[in-house]
Design a binder for this molecule. Structure first.
Ligand SMILES: [Zn+2]
Ligand SMILES: [Zn+2]
Length: 368
């Protein structure tokens, strides 16, 4: 209750033009780590929403930002920046030209913030806007804070009855939906390489969207067991088993129609094309921070007429509409994708642990 009163007073003070502080986890320097700071609650512009963050999730890419990995170093991020991008929150203030949102609405964040004017934006590809697209938690202040400013174009309304922990994993779930629709899986055999949270989500989404056989591949048995539980028809441990041999054997000797790669691993990527059917398609989602070399490219790709493509984020708003339909079908138990729920202030303890867990760690920005 005290927290509610404090939030109410904060918003009132903001409206009066007073500076009110909040806690936020910020990446300050180009080195490992991040720190909590007291910074002003963001002021919104005419096209923005101010959102009180109710729950936020710890993604592998946040861990990359925290650990300042080479993939992040190469992005030349403008520091300092508030980290975090997967969240559910409540709208507490609305920019003057925004339509379609009300105070009290619950929203989740679409991490990509398109410009709305460039060629990509004007041709249905605003999720890969080519005009300095904002990315929450990287180039734009993110959700590891008590409040976030979000352009309304990147706010996705959800039902107010959705638990905040479920809302916090909508963005990765939508990524799995996008990978699956790009792969066009209906009536097809699919191999999903890598069973991190989004890979696992992809196993279930692929089944829902009509894949006839889903093969999950991972080096971690616990993640494979989870994939099996979520509907994978076949699981392959590529630490101990021969991935290509097992897939060929289980696809009448011709390979799978589609591969969705979450590993970003050069050996897995090279090997995997040997278990893809002639004319098959590979969708790359996993991050790769090195020059990828394709061995035997002519034999593996050109002569087989493979289709190689990637996905980045989620189509605005096609993917989100499909996700809505899937949620409405009630075929997904989102609890499967939640590993733990902890205070945001304890985040340091979870940076190393999180990637070993099955599912996301949900963080609550409660500092009282
Ligand atoms: Zn993420
Ligand atoms: Zn644009």
């Amino acid at each position: 209750m005290a927290r509610l009163v404090r939030d109410f007073i904060n918003i009132l003070c903001l409206k009066e033009g007073m500076i009110v502080n909040m806690k936020a986890l910020r990446k300050i320097k180009d080195e490992v780590g991040a720190e909590f700071q007291d910074i002003p609650i963001p002021k919104i512009g005419p096209t923005d929403l101010l959102i009180k963050v109710k729950a936020t999730a710890l993604c592998k890419s946040d861990i990359d930002v925290y650990n300042w990995t080479t993939v992040v170093q190469n992005l030349k991020l403008p520091l300092p920046v508030t980290m975090g991008h997967e969240f559910l929150g409540e709208v507490v203030d609305i920019g003057e030209v925004v339509k379609g949102f009300n105070i009290g609405d619950h929203v989740v964040g679409e991490t990509h913030i398109p410009c709305g004017y460039c060629y990509a934006c004007k041709t249905g590809k605003s999720h890969i806007c080519v005009n300095n697209m904002g990315v929450l938690g990287r180039s734009v202040d993110g959700s590891f804070a008590e409040f976030i400013r979000l352009p309304a174009v990147s706010a996705i309304k959800v039902d107010n009855s959705m638990p905040p922990s479920h809302g916090a994993i909508m963005e990765p779930l939508a990524t799995a939906v996008h990978a699956t629709t790009k792969a066009d899986v209906a009536g097809k055999t699919v191999a999903i390489l890598g069973c991190g949270t989004i890979g696992l989500m992809n196993v279930e989404i692929a089944k829902i969207l009509g894949a006839t056989k889903v093969i999950a591949v991972s080096r971690t048995q616990a993640k494979l067991d989870k994939a099996h539980e979520l509907g994978a028809d076949l699981i392959i441990n590529n630490k101990s088993d021969n991935m290509v041999g097992a897939v060929i054997e289980n696809t009448h000797g011709i390979g799978v129609d589609v591969i969705i790669d979450y590993t970003g691993d050069i050996k897995v990527i090279n090997d995997s094309v040997d278990m893809l059917k002639v004319g098959g398609k590979c969708v790359y989602v996993g991050m790769i921070d090195y020059p990828l070399i394709f061995e035997k490219f002519m034999v593996r790709v050109v002569y087989k007429e493979l289709v190689l493509t990637g996905i980045f984020g989620r189509e605005i708003y096609n993917t989100w509409t499909i996700l809505d339909n899937i949620l409405e079908s009630k075929r997904i138990n989102l609890e499967n994708y939640i590993a733990d729920e902890v205070p945001l202030r304890d985040i340091d303890k979870w940076i190393d642990k999180a990637s070993k867990l099955t599912g996301r760690v949900i963080l609550y920005p409660d500092f009282n």
